[in-house]
Write a protein that binds this ligand. Structure first.
Ligand code: AMP
Length: 282
């Protein structure tokens, strides 16, 4: 079976209206390509939610700062196409940057609340880029449902907030993080790690897991977080943040919090920035 690869908004809309005329439901899985098993799991989950699954592949320039890895971000549409052939993907939507951001483009979607702090400290333009491109993808595709990974937990909460606030008629579904056997979250950026960094990288998950369990057992948040920071620093990570937040609003929590909580972290190993997060068990 060949999967149609759609490069323009016009072609995407023609495909979507053909499905709609046949009474079919549509799920969207937004990605930046360099697909791994985590992305493919989102496609499988999407197919359980709707008849047709659109996988978008677009390395979105507006969510990268000039100092970040936009230029060297892995791109290989042919490999992604082969990977998607073994999944229930119905169409690939791979627009060019010119198609997405036409001449004179001058509009942006800004989200407050869950977009504040955490990733936004090191990447102040990131969520405006994400919110703008995801709202454009929703308007271009008009899906019934869209699937996002908990791997990017703050992004998931920002998209949930934006979708509610703008009355977008899309159901947002979060999917659990797929990991290597040693706990490292699958990420397209893992390819940047040297063999030594790759051997150290699973410590991030291990330390977050210990932190989540310590908080669950009632250890004060501040003390448990400081210990986690010290452990990661000793292992060779340069920490951007490691925090315990409210799992829905992402507001900071007090020392003896009883609300649903999430531990979130970003840290660099050499030049590679890794992010991960876990639920505090209840
Ligand atoms: P990206 O291509 O990295 O922007 O990711 C596209 C989608 O895949 C986002 O919703 C991510 O949260 C999700 N994703 C990335 N890594 C994983 C993973 N290890 N497990 C599950 N979903 C993931």
């Amino acid at each position: 079976m060949t999967i149609p690869v759609l490069g323009s908004i016009k072609d995407l809309r023609a495909q979507v209206s053909d499905w709609r005329n046949r009474g079919l439901g549509i799920a969207l899985v937004p990605t930046m390509g360099a697909l791994h098993a985590g992305h493919l799991d989102l496609v499988r989950r999407a197919s359980e939610k709707a008849d047709c699954v659109v996988v978008s592949i677009f390395v979105n320039p507006t969510q990268f700062a000039p100092t970040e890895d936009f230029g060297r971000y892995p791109r290989n549409l042919e490999r992604d196409y082969v990977a998607l052939k073994d999944t229930p993907a119905s169409a690939i939507y791979a627009p060019t940057a010119d198609e997405m951001y036409g001449e004179g483009f001058a509009s942006k979607v800004f989200v407050e609340g869950p977009a504040e702090g955490l990733e936004s400290v090191a990447r102040p333009h990131f969520f405006a880029g994400v919110a703008t491109v995801v709202s454009k993808l929703f308007i271009q595709c008009m899906p019934d449902v869209a699937i996002f990974g908990e791997k990017d937990y703050q992004q998931l909460q920002v998209i949930r907030r934006m979708t509610r606030d703008l009355d977008l008629a899309v159901e947002i579904v979060g999917a659990p993080t797929m990991r290597e056997a040693d706990g490292l979250a699958l990420s397209s950026r893992n390819a940047y790690l040297s063999p030594e960094e790759r051997a150290t990288a699973p410590r991030l998950h291990a330390v977050l897991d210990a932190l989540a369990h310590a908080v669950a057992k009632g250890e004060p948040v501040a003390a448990a977080t400081t210990r986690a920071k010290d452990e990661l620093t000793a292992a060779g990570f340069a920490i951007d943040y490691i925090e315990v937040r409210n799992a829905d609003t992402l507001r900071p929590v007090g020392d003896a919090a009883t609300e649903p909580m999430r531990v979130l972290a970003a840290a660099k190993l050499g030049a590679t920035r890794l992010i991960d997060n876990l639920a505090v068990p209840t």
